[in-house]
Design a protein around this ligand. Structure first.
Ligand SMILES: Cc1cc2nc3c(=O)[nH]c(=O)nc-3n(C[C@H](O)[C@H](O)[C@H](O)COP(=O)(O)OP(=O)(O)OC[C@H]3O[C@@H](n4cnc5c(N)ncnc54)[C@H](O)[C@@H]3O)c2cc1C
Length: 396
């Protein structure tokens, strides 16, 4: 019997770790992935689900099949806790012992941050989970029958801004295509100090380019703004402005998930060293959105640092190499700071974003818009799903 490695989460971080460890360690490790969902979801395509451009089946893969084919055990259960002293994961059904644990549980969505926020207990749509994106598409179909003002945005404390930009651009392009644009005032409200900040202090000419792109589309932009509350008909901003809406989509802040929050900082994100090892527990690692990372600057309205898919895969590859080195009795590998490589849909066009490393000062920093990036984004979706299906983890 080899070392027992348990991975929480079956998405970008968890699957990359699982496949790399299987390749690197062969029979020297028993690997289990514990996940509350039974499918891998290609999250970057959720805005397309909300617009009706993709169905859930287009962007999901069954975890049992893709993990089973690599000899990785899949446990379709929600972890409810972790006891780091006795090295066990707790689920509703059992206790799972581990020699190494990798936490790749992503975020919990903190809709309670603002009164009236969110699809379940509030009045706004969201596109951060598959369920929400499907629901948002239903709201969109109803909206098209009786259009009116749309308010889109990111409340105070948000760290993941890109999908909200994508949604605003996609809604605008789709309304134009349907010859409805003149009936729909669109407003984007954001906690970022300026448009194009993205929670990372901007990149390249992102501020100038994004200001122009929103201006050209006549999307009103309100930056540096907190939201006081949402009612069924309007968004009430912190400066007293009231924005009526027929449809509203807002991003929530994120925290760590409850099952592991006792291992994290006050927001429940896991503190790790340069090799993604927990600062207090040597046999616990964490990658992806679950990791604690400080933003580059304190913004007047609070914002957080986004942790993208590319960053997550890079973290996961480094964590897997470190665990492999540990098990084989070797020195931990050198790691580099994470960077951003992203394609953002803009409706009729798209943008390519690169920030290396993610936090300034940087070696490379660029945002470029162009129609060919839209085709690259659609191609990348297919390529990534193909890669995950075959257990491949190389970075582009
Ligand atoms: C709408 C949207 C669009 C995005 N677009 C892009 C993009 O274009 N490019 C890009 O690079 N990044 C994008 N991102 C960011 C990217 O999706 C994340 O960086 C990535 O999903 C992080 O992967 P992860 O494995 O850390 O967490 P997640 O993908 O959130 O996965 C967490 C996993 O853990 C599971 N889990 C959670 N709690 C438990 C528990 N208690 N027990 C068991 N399992 C649990 C979840 O079900 C899930 O499988 C986008 C994010 C969103 C929300």
């Amino acid at each position: 019997m080899g070392e027992r490695i348990v991975i929480l989460g079956g998405s970008f971080g968890g699957l990359t770790c699982a496949f790399d460890l299987r390749r690197q360690l062969g029979k020297k490790a028993e690997i289990s992935v514990v996940c509350d969902l039974d499918s891998f979801i290609f999250i970057p395509s959720l805005p397309w689900v909300s617009m009706g451009y993709r169905s859930p089946a287009d962007i999901t893969l069954p975890l049992q099949r893709i993990l089973g084919s690599k000899g990785i055990d899949f446990i379709h259960e929600e972890a409810t806790g972790v006891d780091p002293e006795s090295s066990v994961v707790i689920t509703g059904a059992r206790k799972i012992r581990y020699d190494y644990l990798i936490i790749a549980t992503g975020p919990a969505l903190a809709f309670s941050a603002v009164s009236g926020l969110g699809p379940e207990k509030g009045y706004t749509e969201c596109i951060f989970t598959l369920e929400q994106a499907v629901r948002c598409h239903e709201a969109w179909k109803r909206f098209l029958e009786d259009p009116g003002p749309i308010v889109i945005g990111s409340v105070q404390g948000v760290s993941c801004f890109g999908p909200t930009y994508e949604y605003a651009f996609e809604v605008e392009a789709e309304l134009k295509k349907r010859k409805l644009r003149h009936k729909v005032p669109i407003t984007l409200v954001t906690s970022e100090p300026y448009i194009g900040h993205f929670g990372i202090g901007g990149l390249g000419k992102s501020r100038r380019i994004m200001e122009d792109e929103f201006a050209e589309r006549e999307i009103r932009v309100i930056t540096n703004m907190a939201v006081d509350e949402f009612t069924p008909e309007e968004v009430r901003l912190n400066d007293g402005t009231k924005l009526p809406f027929k449809l509203s989509m807002f991003a929530p802040p994120m925290t760590g998930v409850p099952a592991v929050s006792h291992l994290g900082n006050p927001k429940g994100f896991i503190p790790v060293d340069d090799n993604y090892r927990h600062r207090d527990f040597k046999n616990i690692f964490s990658v992806g959105v679950a990791v604690a990372m400080a933003p580059p600057e304190k913004t007047p309205v609070p914002t957080g640092l986004p942790k993208t898919g590319f960053m997550t895969v890079k973290m996961a590859r480094d964590a897997a190499r470190t665990i492999t080195a540990d098990i084989l009795g070797k020195e931990p590998p050198e790691t580099e700071p994470v960077d951003v490589l992203c394609l953002m849909d803009m409706g009729d066009t798209a943008a390519f974003m690169k920030a290396k490393p993610v936090l300034p000062p940087r070696q490379e920093s660029t945002l470029k818009a162009g129609k060919h990036y839209k085709w690259m984004k659609a191609g990348f979706e297919k390529y990534y799903l193909w890669k995950i299906k075959h257990g491949l983890t190389q970075l582009p």
